[in-house]
Ligand binder design. Structure first.
Ligand code: ATR
Length: 295
């Protein structure tokens, strides 16, 4: 494919990743395009590592109105872009590429997407005691978001303690904060008593098909969680969410984050503002699509 594919009426958009077979992004983008009357083609592209640079520099730069990036290229793609939005730079991961006058610009709409989702669900961050389960790339970005949004204390719990410690050191260096701490996953009983926590589940444990697993399976832990936010959306109710609810807490999955990262990408690519009602209608379409994909 090359730039000759571009016409004034068709807006080529896409997703670079590997694999991309299960992506729900076309469902969201096509629904939004329908509402705006945009002639959109959203194309998931399974790209091999050796083809990443060529795909970005020739295809995306040549003929796309915008492109998403997913696992495993969110960090690797940065080397092939011309400039970065400041948040994407801080996070070190790009999920949205926007063609601009300065060339291809990388954005991270995952974290603003999570923030919009939490706001809509009425989940407050400012002043909260926050637990983040996991210390991978996503957990790191979530830690940054929580600190920026005024969490009182942030505790990173991870199976591999060193990874959590590295993130803590980075956050202390980047943000000059002292209110972030690392703990081994099994050390949850060492969390300060007397608090009720907002817990964000950022590990891959509980993801379909391993739906009967939660990263912590001790009921006592969940008694201290007032709200649990799982970044997984398949299944719609994870074991982690079930534990939270069984102890009287509120629980949410990651589907709204998926919606809003796409909504923000769409706004950047097509220079529109998506009204709340349209976002909510799209959420319904997305939920139906997830249901229909039943195992
Ligand atoms: P992502 O980029 O989505 O964050 P990742 O970097 O692979 O993905 O991180 C996955 C996270 O899930 C890590 O925190 C990982 O723990 P380790 O750092 O100890 O590997 C966590 N994780 C995955 N499988 C796990 C398991 N069976 N038990 C506990 N934690 C697990």
């Amino acid at each position: 494919m090359n730039s000759q594919n571009r016409t004034d009426s068709i807006r080529q958009c896409g997703l670079i990743g590997n694999p991309v077979g299960h992506t729900l992004s076309p469902v969201i983008h096509n629904r939004l395009a329908q509402a705006f009357g945009h002639n959109l083609e959203y194309q998931p592209m399974q790209v091999e590592p050796e083809d990443l640079e060529k795909t970005v520099r020739e295809y995306v730069a040549g003929c796309m109105a915008g492109c998403n990036v997913t696992v495993p290229y969110k960090s690797a793609v940065i080397a092939h872009l011309d400039c970065l939005d400041s948040l994407a730079k801080e996070i070190g991961a790009v999920n949205t590429i926007v063609p601009t006058a300065e060339g291809l610009k990388g954005y991270n709409t995952d974290m603003p997407g999570l923030l919009r989702a939490m706001e809509e669900d009425g989940v407050k961050i400012r002043g909260e005691q926050v637990l983040i389960l996991g210390a991978g790339g996503v957990a790191r970005a979530v830690a940054l978001l929580m600190l920026k949004e005024g969490a009182k204390e942030v505790y990173l719990l991870n199976r591999t303690l060193e990874k959590a410690e590295t993130i803590v050191q980075e956050m202390q260096a980047v943000m000059g904060c002292t209110n972030i701490h690392a703990l081994q996953l099994e050390e949850y009983n060492q969390l300060p008593l007397g608090h009720n926590y907002l817990a964000i589940q950022a590990t891959s444990v509980g993801l379909y098909p391993c739906v009967e697993r939660a990263v912590i399976e001790d009921v006592e832990f969940y008694k201290r969680i007032h709200t649990g936010y799982d970044l997984i959306y398949r299944p719609a109710e994870t074991k982690f969410m079930k534990f939270v609810k069984a102890q009287g807490g509120k629980a949410y999955n990651g589907l709204k984050m998926l919606l809003y990262q796409a909504v923000i990408a769409y706004e950047l690519w097509h220079r529109v503002e998506i009204p709340k009602e349209l976002a909510q209608q799209t959420y319904q379409v997305l939920k139906d699509a997830v249901e229909q994909r039943k195992e």
